[in-house]
Design a protein around this ligand. Structure first.
Ligand code: NAD
Ligand code: 6OD
Length: 488
């Protein structure tokens, strides 16, 4: 990275666009200009894909598994060593509190490289002994080959965490990557290029092209015939557009998309734990987490008490500068995203919601007035067919509705086009197991939220995605299985 100019990282070099075009990156905290980002197009994508292809055929492709995994451990160590640089970059781009980024985003960035380097060394293999019709011995086994050049298209909400969640397993399996970070968050992907240089990862293995999505770097990348597979995290509508493009060339896709996840609270729950859990699920990262809870269902006997307790939690979240240790909630990613969230806030009132708290823009010091600040917001009283209850808002808000039976709440929870996650709070063990299978979602948390061993599968049902990543499931996406039979 050179100063506040974010360049592409192609074939081991930081380069501007051929057209020398840039766009601005503004701080979500105060609206100030943070820097300018090189805007990539077809030419930059083509250079990056060619570099990635050449690296597959060069030293990267010839490396032993041990050498390759050693490099990934070295990448993890270098992220640890430059922890503060990554933290500064992530906080500048997103405005999230430093304490949150230093506990979640940056450690997970390094952990992803370690976990997938470990995982790839322990892939189970198949090996069967056979006999040919003439009676000779034969051995039939499978091997995993890299898929090739992987396009990695990333969102802005957890930039390093979600990018390395794809890049680390892709490299562990011997692929090369071209990353298109979100136009909102260029920092940590660019910094990772410096790490790759320091560690000595061969040229072309990790490439970054900045730019926008449709008709820009993102679409050029997914359309490029030299891309063998596409892994994407972002909105369901974008995932659908990418899937159509991937049909040309019959290329595999892994899609981690949006959610409108239910939080379900039974009267027999540990009340304080449930309030704390739902508060995290609704407001963490200013509600910008795909796994978050914007639909909360609370069993009627504790409904009023729960609403009052969640209101206290929401109102305690003080907006503030990322470096201030007392900051409880950061801004949204941009003023444009705040406009979208505020439209839902207005819509909720038009649809007859009772506003429990929030609903607008908070008071912040004058120095932060240009930022994308928003109040954590709770509503009750909406019909289930309100857009506020059906559509993903991606802001710090939730609607709470009472329910009277397990059967009723399962039906409410499943009545959604999404199926990413659910968080359920109960002390009834039998019910936990029942809901673990009756809720249609990729991840079901009981008495917990956003807690997952990285070796387990992650992904969504219905419009929340296609495929699973995590542990062996990532390795399955990032490799091609070949069946070999050797007759002696
Ligand atoms: P987005 O879909 O707008 O953008 C994601 C990325 O795709 C960006 O890099 C963007 O430039 C690129 N892009 C946009 N249109 C494209 C196109 N036509 N072709 C190629 N690339 C294109 O999503 P966002 O606003 O950055 O992120 C928020 C969304 O991501 C929310 O819906 C959230 O639920 C979802 N998300 C899902 C997960 C998950 O794991 N399921 C995780 C994080 C975020
Ligand atoms: O924890 C993960 O690996 C993961 N993919 C989290 C996604 C969060 C979405 O915002």
């Amino acid at each position: 990275m050179s100063g506040a100019t974010f360049l592409h990282f192609i074939d081991n070099s930081f380069v501007p666009s051929a057209t020398d075009r840039y766009f601005d990156k503004r701080s979500p905290v105060d609206g100030s200009l943070l820097g300018s980002i090189a805007e990539g197009g077809a030419a930059e994508v083509d250079s990056a894909v060619r570099a990635a292809r050449a690296a597959l055929q060069g030293s990267w492709g010839r490396m032993s598994l041990a050498q390759r995994t050693e490099m990934l451990y070295a990448v993890a160590r270098e992220i640890d060593r430059r922890f503060d640089d990554f933290l500064d970059a992530e906080v500048a781009d997103t405005g999230k509190p430093r304490s949150a980024a230093s506990h979640v985003d940056i450690p997970r960035g390094a952990a992803n490289f370690r976990v997938f380097a470990d995982a790839v060394k322990n892939v189970p293999t198949e090996f069967f002994e056979m006999t040919t019709p003439e009676g000779r011995k034969a051995f039939n086994y499978s091997v995993r080959a890299p898929k090739g050049v992987i396009a990695v298209i990333c969102p802005w909400n957890l930039p390093l965490l979600l990018m390395t969640w794809k890049v680390a397993p892709a490299l562990a399996c011997g692929n090369t990557v071209v990353v298109k970070p979100s136009e909102e968050t260029p920092g940590t992907a660019t910094l990772l290029g410096e790490v790759m240089q320091t560690v000595g990862v061969p040229a072309g293995v990790y490439n970054v092209v900045h730019g926008f999505g449709a008709d820009s770097a993102g679409e050029h990348l997914t359309r490029h015939a030299g891309v063998d597979a596409i892994t994407f995290t972002g909105e369901s509508a974008t995932g659908s557009a990418i899937m159509k493009v991937a049909a040309d060339g019959v290329r595999p896709v892994s899609l981690e998309l949006g959610g409108k996840n239910p939080g379900i609270v039974f009267a027999d729950c540990d009340f304080d734990a449930a309030v704390g859990g739902i508060a995290r699920a609704s407001f963490l990262n200013t509600g910008q987490i795909c796994l978050g809870t914007e639909r909360v269902y609370v069993e009627r006997p504790i409904f009023d008490k729960f609403v009052a307790a969640l209101k206290v939690k929401a109102e305690a979240l003080r907006p503030g500068h990322p470096s201030d240790k007392t900051t409880g909630i950061g801004p949204l990613i941009s003023l444009a995203h705040r406009d979208k969230v505020l439209r839902y806030y207005k819509h909720a009132i038009e649809d007859g919601a009772t506003l429990i708290c929030g609903g607008g823009i908070p008071q912040v010091p004058d120095s932060l007035a240009g930022g994308a600040w928003i109040q954590p917001t709770i509503w009750t009283g909406l019909a289930e067919d309100s857009a506020v209850v059906r559509e993903e808002i991606f802001g710090p808000c939730c609607h709470i509705r009472p329910f009277d039976s397990e059967e009723e709440v399962v039906s409410l929870a499943n009545d959604t086009p999404y199926g990413l996650a659910a968080t359920i709070w109960t002390r009834d063990v039998g019910r936990s197991f029942r809901l673990g299978t009756s809720i249609t979602a990729g991840i079901i948390w009981i008495n917990s939220w956003f807690l997952r061993d990285l070796r387990t599968p992650f992904g969504g049902s219905k419009q929340s995605g296609i495929g699973r990543e995590g542990g062996i499931h990532s390795l399955e996406f990032y490799t091609e299985l070949r069946n070999v039979c050797v007759a002696t």
